[in-house]
Write a protein that binds this ligand. Sequence first.
Ligand SMILES: C[S@@+](CC[C@H](N)C(=O)[O-])C[C@H]1O[C@@H](n2cnc3c(N)ncnc32)[C@H](O)[C@@H]1O
Length: 203
Amino acid sequence: MYVPISLRIMPTDWAAPLNLPAAFDRAPQRLEVDLGCGKGRFLLARAAAHPETSFLGLDRQTRRLAKVERKAQRAQLANIRLLYAEAAYTVTHLLPPGSVTAYYIFFPDPWPKRRHHRRRLFDAAFLDALATTLTPRGCIHLATDHLDYFESIRRLLAGDARFMEREPFITSAEERTDFELIFLQQNKPIGRCSFAKKASVLR
Ligand SMILES: C[S@@+](CC[C@H](N)C(=O)[O-])C[C@H]1O[C@@H](n2cnc3c(N)ncnc32)[C@H](O)[C@@H]1O
């Protein structure tokens, strides 16, 4: 199996949508994106279990991405690519419209202090970008231990006519994320929800 020497995507133009067939060495039939993939436990397990699906992991911590890259190379995962970039910027500017079949947003930084809430990932503009880049019936899967943030994201999605709630995505034992394992060990409650873009929504 051909696994390229570098799994990093290096955009040549940061203001234009990525050329996904070039980035993945194939035209992705299904593209799943892990926003804030961290050390990549979920991304690596899911990519190994679904070789026909293309996976993009992105994070703004380059050392974490380097670890994921090494593990993906060792496991010969040809269907993973990694991007060192900010999540909202990537969804807004770099992912082509209608290209993403699933977003995983697991344990996004909660920024608990009120004065820091504006740093949170989820706002109306981010929702617009998610809706634009998802395929019809494409999904957003969210998990967080921060229950206030969870409720505000869920309210935002439930109040948006472009999305409908579906049963939450539950990670398998192999897929549990690094942070999920920590919180489960601490018996912390975890909020999970999933929403699908309605098929009738064009963009
Ligand atoms: C709490 S960790 C969760 C990591 C992983 N999803 C997990 O569940 O184990 C949040 C991760 O998201 C990354 N991150 C936070 N905000 C981000 C942003 N705006 N853009 C890209 N990455 C971000 C952080 O660098 C960190 O690796």
